[in-house]
Design a protein around this ligand. Sequence first.
Ligand SMILES: Nc1ncnc2c1ncn2[C@@H]1O[C@H](COP(=O)(O)OP(=O)(O)OP(=O)(O)O)[C@@H](O)[C@H]1O
Length: 338
Amino acid sequence: MLRLRGVTVRFGDRTVLDAVDLDVAGHETVCVLGPSGSGKSTLLRVVAGLQPADAGQVLLDGEDQRGVPVHRRGVGLMFQDHQLFPQRDVAGNVAFGLRARGVGRASAARTVDELLDLVGLPGAGRRAVAALSGGEQQRVALARALAPGPRLLMLDEPLGQLDRSLRERLVVELRSLFGRLGTTVLAVTHDQGEAFALADRVVIMRDGRIAQTGTPLEVWRRPASEFVARFLGFENVVRGTVGGGVADTVWGKVPVPEGTAEGACGVLVRPGGVRFAPDGALACEVVSRTFRGDHVAVRLLPVGGGPELEASCALGDAPEAGVRVRVAFAAEDVVVLP
Ligand SMILES: Nc1ncnc2c1ncn2[C@@H]1O[C@H](COP(=O)(O)OP(=O)(O)OP(=O)(O)O)[C@@H](O)[C@H]1O
């Protein structure tokens, strides 16, 4: 449905998008994730036609979009600050794109009612937008973006300004809504929880390039690089040298998955794979423990040197700060990075 080929954008001598290739299939929800300044919004703007590319192609349903203006691309946009028209009521906002396309008043009103039902605001048409909560305004913005029936819906930080619990609820609602409507969605967020909950596929960007793409599970299980691992919040990453089924690291020998190529690599141990064991080879001192809801994150400082590491343990099992422990590493939670 959407195909980017070698899309490059430069601002002065800075390359903000660097030969990006990306495909989004019909009915797919793809979330672009990445640190601030990695080029996520620029990517959306190029697809929308708000930013010309210096090189490369944007194809929608196989058609090159070069020279096609924003309003002829058939894409819906919803930006972070959702810019509702304060002087119009809810229905007036949602109907805006329909009326602009010459849809008759009665037909537009029917569509508005349907969309308000869909986004969970039935009967809200006559309400003033200024009197709505942030989450309600977000739903109105979504209904407005959906109203013209865009072939591609693009969301830039769609839930950015909402509080956490509302975001978590809306993300579930959005996913189910997109599933029911069969909408194709390209969304940008810096919040990995949001991206992982919403997306069929995530794209992680770094400095204008795609660092990894895959299903949330694939990316979570097998980050492709140290950058992606750290971006996802994994901190137990060290250099190592693989030989004979283990990696030699500053934390001692770490078991690696069968078939791992020998030689220099990065080693990621997920916190769940750092196990307390009386016969564990690595002696550590507990630096801190932090309650995380369903587990406790325990920071450990290796007694013999090397960077701190984090263990995840069950609520009742966390050792106290200052205690000496021994840890072993579980091979199934070790990921070898290039
Ligand atoms: N019109 C512009 N002129 C010059 N530089 C720009 C322009 N628009 C964006 N940039 C720069 O391009 C880089 C990428 O910006 P972009 O907004 O795409 O990043 P982002 O990943 O969406 O970041 P954020 O998460 O902070 O919104 C940034 O360094 C930004 O300063």
